[in-house]
Design a protein around this ligand. Structure first.
Ligand code: HDD
Length: 698
């Protein structure tokens, strides 16, 4: 029969090990015996020498005939595929989505109506601007892409950790990306927006101002990927049995709450551990601490949307929770690290156009452009139109059609018929009347290259975001703007940005102008629409969404020879009871000999385990060791940085001398290690009030 039906078996085959491939092809006894030894060419030929190439004589040239060498090197030469043009650096995890509250009134999609069913997912987190080998902690938006292998087909929700976007129309996306990526003549900066071309583009793109406020906030400096929110960004539609459509926005909310680092910390983490986020996720999952997110929706009708004081089809706008509350409908748990980074994380192909019946797109012009871009990019990135057969991309439900051939075709469709309609293959795939239906929408108006007037308000929500932040977060934003713009060489670009800021908040504009040493306040540009004074929305804060818990956090305990064994035991027990991970740090790896002569295994050598990787630190040191550590830069930095990054510090009286050396003064967050409950409470948050005493913020 002529149908190309795949049930996932083909995928499994493609993924099968070399051993299986060889044994399937050649059942011979010699092969079976050699297989236990293992190494073969890709054609199944047992390899006798994997150390030496074939040479004309012991000191002679290598022979072209050496097909084993050529096969090995040719494969190696082609191991890399083009990295993603954006979101190149990422890390992915398997897990499941489980619906807890049915949306059957609004949609027919099984994944949103069948409570309790667990749907497998693959979720990839990413930075946007940097290349695949860049760092995990630049100031950048984080991608949050979820592929849900539903029983009705794959649904990809390809979002970010910020609910709005830089531009309104897909036409501007290549310009935005060219502006933020490293400058083409010099090949730097890598993974950084602090350069002329980015801010030049932004200064001429007032619609980006709302996103800029988010980008300059601590949201773009996450402490952990387990502590970020995710947003579908655009309005989508849900379609119910009667064909009625309701608008929907999707939100992922982390169970661990939100947490960010401070800028100086993020910069230092980049040096200490460029893989900080990837490692954090890997360690959490391999230790069974599975990160979890709630899926929440905002549902609203077209009539409601008419009354919003902004256009929800404009991706530079969000819908405040105060206007349309969030309804939690499910949870996602990530619980399985991929077997192979390349095969899964690198080859996973997300497309916003992958959706299931009962869900549909809106007219958001950014989304409409995305529907083209992703499928197109996968063709060159993954080499052809059969990328859906790669196991991580293949639906886990049956799929069948008459598409044939192409690069890397893994299936072997049988029969004569690869077209429809036909009479020759009555069993072949046919249209399904109950299949996907686009929302029945009446469209009218005059076509043209038009930006709707309802998209003109570029500053009101930017202002709302800024005024919704705590004073600490506002100071961080002002300082981030000063930092970024100070890296811009052209003064007119700095001035233009400060001009925009005046529409958002005069105080902010003044702080940034002062930080940049501008003598005069630049003129604000003409605003295309009046700035509306929306009420603050505390849900937009990061600090406000930090959870009073130690769950998912990591604490570091600095010890040395002679440290108080009983105290360390109590502390470690307290930390683990509070749900945090504890790492023992000392000058050297190996064991330290404690006060009772027992040995304690050290997890990290001090010079390689700076305090930036911890949420709080404890210093359990006797006088002698602490005094010696005063001459160790790594020890002084360990303490100074923890203090500077507003973390809680617990100390033994012996460690006083080290605190002094590091310039630490006692505040609410610097507590005796004898008072473990107080330390653990202080460790749940950052000491925001400390900041004004230790650094000048704009
Ligand atoms: Fe995009 C990748 C998120 C606008 C074109 N995008 C990509 C990824 C995420 C997003 C998370 C990485 C997926 C993965 O892990 O493989 N992109 C967004 C969001 C946007 C957005 C939330 C706005 C709301 N993107 C956007 C536009 C275009 C693209 C307007 C083009 C018109 N995006 C791409 C791309 C990428 C991509 C070039 C690069 C690699 C890929 O698709 O697979 O096609």
């Amino acid at each position: 029969m002529g149908k190309a039906k795949s049930t996932g078996k083909v995928s499994a085959q493609a993924n099968s090990s070399l051993k299986n491939a060889v044994s399937r092809g050649n059942g011979g006894e010699l092969h079976q015996r050699l297989l236990s030894e293992g190494l073969t060419t890709n054609q199944g030929l047992p390899i006798s020498d994997n150390q030496n190439s074939l040479r004309a004589n012991p000191v002679g040239p290598t022979l072209l005939e050496d097909f084993i060498l050529r096969e090995k090197i040719t494969h190696f030469d082609h191991e890399r595929i083009p990295e993603r043009i954006v979101h190149a650096r990422g890390t992915g995890v398997h897990g499941f989505f489980e619906l807890t509250d049915s949306l059957s009134r609004y949609t027919t999609a099984a994944i949103l109506t069948e409570v309790g069913v667990q749907t497998p997912v693959f979720t990839r987190f990413s930075t946007v601007a940097g290349g695949a080998g860049s760092i995990d902690t630049p100031r950048d938006v984080r991608g949050f892409a979820v592929k849900m292998y539903t029983k009705e087909g794959n649904w990809d929700l390809v979002g970010n950790n910020i609910p709005v976007f830089f531009v309104q129309d897909a036409m501007k996306f290549p310009d935005l990306v060219h502006a933020v990526k490293m400058e083409p003549d010099r090949g730097f900066p890598q993974a950084a927006s602090a350069h002329d071309t980015f801010w030049d583009f932004i200064s001429l793109t007032p619609e980006s101002m709302h996103m800029i406020m988010w980008a300059m906030s601590d949201r773009t400096l996450p402490r952990s990927l387990r502590m970020i929110e995710g947003f579908g960004v655009h309005s989508f539609r849900l379609i119910n049995k009667q064909g009625k459509s309701t608008f929907v926005k999707f939100h992922w909310r982390p169970k661990l709450g939100l947490q960010s680092t401070v800028w100086d910390e993020a910069v230092k983490i980049a040096g200490a551990d460029p893989d900080f986020h990837r490692r954090d996720l890997f360690e959490a999952i391999t230790h069974g601490h599975f990160p979890e997110w709630e899926l929440a929706v905002q549902l609203f009708t077209a009539e409601q949307a008419e009354r919003f004081p902004f256009d929800h089809l404009d991706a530079t706008k969000l819908i405040p929770e105060e206007l349309v509350p969030l309804k939690v409908i499910g949870r996602m748990v990530l619980n399985r690290w991929p077997n192979n980074f390349f095969a899964e994380t690198e080859q996973v192909a997300f497309c916003p156009s992958h959706l299931v019946s009962g869900i549909d797109f809106s007219n958001d012009p950014l989304l409409q452009g995305r529907l083209f871009s992703y499928l197109d990019t996968q063709l060159s990135r993954l080499g052809g139109p059969n990328f859906h057969q790669i196991p991580v991309n293949a639906p886990k439900c049956p799929f069948a059609n008459n598409q044939r051939d192409g690069h890397m075709q893994m299936n072997q469709p049988v029969g004569r018929v690869a077209y429809e309609p036909n009479t020759l293959d009555p069993e072949g795939p046919r249209e399904q009347p109950k299949g996907f239906q686009s929302a029945r929408i009446e469209e009218n108006g005059v076509r043209g290259r038009i930006r709707a007037a309802s998209f003109n308000d570029h500053y009101s929500q930017a202002r709302q975001f800024f005024v919704s932040q705590t004073i600490h977060e506002q100071a961080h934003m002002a300082s981030a703007l000063v930092f970024e713009l100070s890296k811009v060489e052209y003064i007119h670009i700095r001035q233009a940005i400060v001009g925009h800021l005046q529409h958002i908040d005069k105080g902010l504009a003044q702080r940034v102008a002062k930080g940049l040493g501008l003598r005069e306040m630049p003129q604000p540009p003409v605003a295309a629409a009046p700035v509306q004074q929306f009420k603050p929305s505390p849900a937009l804060q990061t600090i406000g969404k930090m959870k009073g818990t130690l769950e998912g956090r990591m604490l570091g305990v600095l010890v040395g020879h002679g440290s108080d064994k009983a105290q360390i035991d109590k502390l470690v027990k307290g930390i683990s009871k509070a749900g945090a991970t504890c790492k023992i740090v000392a000058l050297h790896v190996g064991d330290v000999v404690l006060s009772d002569q027992s040995g304690l295994k050290v997890d990290g050598q001090l010079a390689g385990t700076p305090s930036v990787i911890f949420d709080a630190i404890a210093l359990v040191l006797d006088d002698k060791v602490a005094t010696a550590m005063c001459n160790e830069a790594a020890a002084v930095d360990f303490v100074r940085d923890a203090f500077g990054h507003l973390k809680a510090i617990a100390f033994d009286t012996g460690a006083n001398v080290l605190l002094e050396r590091a310039g630490v003064f006692k505040d609410e967050g610097v507590v005796s290690v004898r008072d473990i409950p107080r330390f653990l409470t202080a460790a749940q948050t950052r000491q925001w009030d400390r900041e004004k005493s230790i650094r000048t913020l704009a």
